[in-house]
Design a protein around this ligand. Structure first.
Ligand SMILES: Nc1ccn([C@@H]2O[C@H](COP(=O)(O)OP(=O)(O)OP(=O)(O)O)[C@@H](O)[C@H]2O)c(=O)n1
Ligand SMILES: C[C@](O)(CO)[C@H](O)COP(=O)(O)O
Length: 387
């Protein structure tokens, strides 16, 4: 049985972000999601132990659940240092485990091949392994800011993960470990016990996301698989509600009862929001503005759209154009369309010419045709800014 301990209980202090670096989001999913997804590509892995801090466990549980792993996934609590997290993870490894690897949650571009190669490389002649790459720069030993000597880089390797060994060997080495504060990886634990650790060739792409520059590098690498131009579509429908005012495209329409919703039920703007989010590869309106959240009760959907516009910009996109159709038997909307366009273009900070709004009846067919509700469709094109 092959086990992998995923250490994900750090604080990410060197990232200098408002939250743990593992929860920085790219296209609606946190960094750790991409690591987990890539781990799933291993064919030889039989169990995964995710080491997470107690306070963050509630974020990890649904995330792991959503990935639908085909192997058992267990959780362990994080420790103060990486080695303490490794120790806690090791305590959860199955009694039947033959080989164990440790991988950093902060190395998202791990792939199935390297995990499987690391497992295969552990054999009777090579009881422990570490993935690593040669040093490409000249390496200097320093004392404070002064060079002491130039090192022979042909003997130096940059340590990556996964790293591991036969489970019983690793367990013994970790149990025998004294309180050594200099230990920053798993190979050192084994080396210190005189166990031979073989190096498996890694890749630059297995880098650890540690600093803000690394986060930019992660996003650039993810973006390279993305097209220059992306399309999105959105749809929404709301039931009539006699007790509410009718708001469409940010315009309050008098003399007609409104629509039922948690926000102001602006069906046109909701369709636009989903088209934009979809085009940017983000999650849907309900994910970002759930109808269980009191902050959005009665809120103007223009406000939500303004936030979505910012998310689109932050994700590196420019709006090409948006086209929409509102399906309403009544009221007649033609006279309001210019104001709707001005409202929507205004919050998105785009020229009105980039926005199409058309209104149609449903020829008395279906729910919209029977005046039980009003529906909207929207399509959006986004262009990548950095192309
Ligand atoms: N007590 C700790 C410290 C680190 N890690 C994990 O070990 C991996 C590699 O550590 P590092 O990049 O140093 O992460 P952080 O400790 O979070 O970062 P920093 O040192 O900048 O605070 C990360 O996936 C991190 O979550 C852990 O599980 N438990
Ligand atoms: C294990 C490791 O990823 C190997 O490079 C690294 O040592 C852990 O993190 P840190 O940056 O050294 O704290």
């Amino acid at each position: 049985m092959n086990s992998l301990i995923l250490v994900a209980a750090g604080k990410g202090t060197r990232m200098n972000a408002a939250k743990n670096k593992l929860f920085l989001e790219y296209q609606g999913y946190p960094l750790i999601y991409y690591t987990l997804k890539n781990i799933q590509k291993s064919r030889l892995l039989s169990e995964l132990i995710v080491v997470a801090s107690k306070e963050e466990l509630s974020i990890f549980l649904p995330l792991v659940e959503s990935l639908n792993f085909k192997i058992p996934v267990k959780f362990a609590s994080g420790g103060a240092r990486r080695i303490d997290s490794v120790r806690n993870g090791l305590a959860q490894v199955s009694d039947r485990s033959e080989k164990v690897l440790v991988h950093d949650g902060a190395r998202p571009f791990v792939d199935g091949e390297i995990i499987d190669l690391a497992f295969i490389s552990i054999d009777s002649r090579h009881p422990a392994v570490m993935v690593g790459i040669p040093c490409v720069d000249t390496m200097k030993a320093v004392s404070y800011d002064t060079i002491v000597k130039t090192l022979d880089r042909s003997n130096l390797i940059r340590a990556q993960t996964p790293q591991g060994a036969y489970t019983d060997i690793f367990q013994k080495a970790v149990s025998a470990l004294e309180n050594d504060s200099t230990i920053t990886d798993d190979a050192s634990i084994l080396e210190n016990k005189g166990i031979k650790v073989s190096v498996v060739p890694g890749k630059e792409s297995y880098f650890k996301v540690t600093t803000p520059e690394d986060w930019d590098r992660f996003k650039t690498m993810m973006n390279k698989d993305n097209a220059f131009c992306r399309i999105g579509q959105g749809y929404d429908i709301h039931q009539m509600d006699e007790s509410s005012p009718l708001v469409i495209g940010g315009v309050k329409i008098r003399d007609h009862h409104g629509l039922k919703g948690h926000s102001d039920a602006d069906v046109l703007i909701h369709a636009i929001i989903d088209a934009l989010l979809g085009a940017a590869g983000l999650r849907d309106i309900g994910y970002y503005f759930p109808d269980t959240d009191d902050r959005y009760k009665g809120i103007s959907s223009l406000k939500l759209l303004e936030n979505v516009g910012k998310m689109i910009t932050e994700s590196g996109f420019l709006i090409g154009n948006i086209d929409t159709t509102v399906i309403a038997e009544k009221p007649k909307l033609a006279g309001y369309i210019d104001t709707m366009k001005a409202n929507i273009a205004g919050v998105l900070d785009i020229p009105v010419s980039k926005l199409g709004i058309k209104a149609k009846t449903n020829e008395k067919l279906d729910a919209a045709g029977r005046e039980e509700g009003i529906a909207s469709f929207a399509s959006a094109i986004l262009f990548r800014r950095d192309f």
